[in-house]
Design a protein around this ligand. Structure first.
Ligand code: XMP
Length: 512
């Protein structure tokens, strides 16, 4: 088997670190983010083809500025320092870093030396995102300047002999024109990578690895129907077939037809050992009279564990429990340490209730878009692979106030119409999350000759990349009009539809 090429990204707490890792992977080279405290021994063990130092908020002269072991410059491995990374390189190798009077920020024209390998294929200048106060005032011995701006005399530098490069700007963000080309040049012209990291090879490697590791042992997986757990389950099934058992707890709070679809895909298409537990009555009973959002979440979380535990007991002891942890979870929960179990309601707490020996996380090295690509590679239907996020507590937090069977029915139908019209309008991939909410408001309307006193449905749709902040989507009026008219005509007990035009913050995406 071909050796896996690796680019090590040394993390100095920059805000774009994940982006750097993704850009490298987009060039078909596998990359890993590691803390700056990583030991030289560990670096050697990983045998990287190249190293990238990230940016970071510190000043190299500050007390406690993050610095990695100097030995890193004696390993004979190419290094690209970005922003703080460049300053760290300069300071360590004997150059000089200085504080500027004014911070330089924005998309700025950089004059570049396009005879450098790093800028191969570029013109004489390039617009780049600069964001710094400190700057390199004197390059270390053996380096030459290969870029400058009006305010920054040394915006890029190289030591071609040692394969060390430094850039003051950020190639990983879109504001830098052709930034990926710079990364590409570093990977292929400097580090001499081949670019053999592909999702198809990931699937093949993982299947081999899992087969080998698990052998004939038994594996259990909690399937939610979301992207991560689905891809993890199918990957494992490909490796070990019937030795995998999936438990799908249907709490009755899913969207229209969703439970059946999950069953259809996993049982019929993949022939996976799937146990679907129909627990709707049980959940509704527990939720009777409950109106507080956090109380709903707590009840659903606890009940989920109870139901899962009961099913798992029937199966008995297993060797492994599968979790759909992905790379951002690993990074967020502390670099280099093992991932903490997600607090997401449908996996949080599970390990305590299952009798197992070890957790398996087959997707822990992948970003979300790579998980989706893996899903497609595994023939999981596109509509599941690109499914919008759906909260663990499901429709329970989209019905304001008490949850009843009737309200669930109303919400499911309204939500289905909204999703159908978004699809018809070709907006599916543009909107990051969109759904209907059943408000607790009833208002007066008129239908035919009669007075009605019925529910108000709120439509919610947002654009976001990280779901931490979000802006409300400017859905065309014609689409909203169609959705509204269909909902009031087709769904009983709804006589009014409103559109939520608040962003996050100050509102949250969900209403509860
Ligand atoms: P908020 O409403 O906090 O939502 O702006 C941000 C993202 O998180 C999802 N969300 C949840 N997901 N359990 C989940 O698994 C929950 O209790 C929960 N609450 C919110 C929400 O759908 C959005 O994508």
């Amino acid at each position: 088997m071909e050796e896996k090429e690796l680019i090590l990204i040394i993390d100095f707490y920059g805000q774009y670190n994940q982006l750097i890792a993704r850009r490298v992977r987009e060039c078909n080279v596998y990359s890993e983010i590691v803390p700056y405290k990583i030991s030289i021994e560990e670096i050697k063990k990983k045998k990287p083809k190249g190293i990238i130092f990230t940016g970071g908020p510190a000043s190299v002269y500050a007390e406690n500025a993050p610095k990695c072991d100097k030995e890193i410059f004696n390993l004979g491995i190419p290094i690209l320092g970005i922003c703080y990374g460049m300053q760290f390189m300069t300071d360590t190798l004997g150059g000089k870093v200085q504080k500027a009077e004014k911070r330089e920020y924005g998309e700025i024209v950089v004059n570049i030396d396009n005879t450098s390998k790093l800028f191969d294929g570029f013109g004489k200048e390039n617009v780049c995102l600069m964001s710094h106060t400190d700057f390199v005032q004197k390059v270390p011995h053996g380096f030459k300047v290969i870029g400058n701006t009006n305010n920054c005399p040394i915006a890029a530098m190289e030591n071609e002999e040692k394969n060390f490069y430094g850039i003051q700007f950020h190639p990983e963000v879109n504001n830098t024109i052709d930034g990926t080309k710079i990364i590409n040049n570093f990977l292929f012209k400097v580090c001499k990578c081949k670019g053999n990291w592909k999702m198809s090879s990931f699937v093949k490697e993982q299947v081999e690895y899992l087969k080998d590791k698990i052998g004939e042992k038994k594996v259990l997986c909690a399937l939610s129907g979301g992207v991560d757990s689905s891809v993890a389950a199918v990957l494992l099934h490909k490796a070990i077939g019937k030795n995998l058992t999936c438990i799908f707890v249907d709490h009755g709070l899913l969207r229209k037809n969703e439970g059946d679809e999950v069953e259809q895909i996993f049982k019929k298409q993949f022939d996976i050992n799937l146990i679907r537990v129909d627990a709707e009555e049980q959940f509704l009973e527990k939720l009777k009279g409950v109106t507080d959002p956090e109380a709903k979440r707590k009840i659903i979380g606890e009940e989920f564990i109870r139901v899962f535990e009961k099913e798992a007991k029937k199966i008995g002891a297993v060797d492994y429990l599968v979790q759909g942890t992905i790379y951002p979870d690993v990074i967020e929960s502390g670099l280099g340490e093992s991932a903490k179990i997600k607090s997401h309601h449908n996996v949080g707490g599970l390990p305590d209730c299952v009798d197992f020996k070890e957790i398996i996380e087959p997707l822990r090295d992948l970003f979300k878009d790579e998980v989706r690509k893996t899903g497609l590679e595994l023939d999981i239907p596109e509509n599941l692979v690109y499914r919008q996020p759906f909260p663990g507590p499901g429709l329970a937090i989209r019905i304001i106030g008490e949850i009843t069977k009737e309200k669930l029915e109303i919400l499911r139908d309204a939500d289905y119409i909204f999703r159908e019209e978004v699809k018809n309008a070709g907006l599916e991939k543009e909107l990051n999350q969109y759904f209907a909410v059943l408000t607790n408001i009833r208002s007066v309307g008129v239908m035919g000759d009669g007075r009605t006193y019925d529910y108000t449905i709120a439509l919610r749709s947002v654009k976001t990349t990280d779901f931490m902040t979000a802006t409300w989507s400017k859905i065309p009026y014609e689409v909203l009009e169609k959705v509204s008219s269909r909902i009031v005509n087709e769904v009983n007990h709804v006589n009014r539809v409103v559109y939520d035009i608040t962003s996050k913050p100050p509102a949250t995406i969900e209403w509860e």
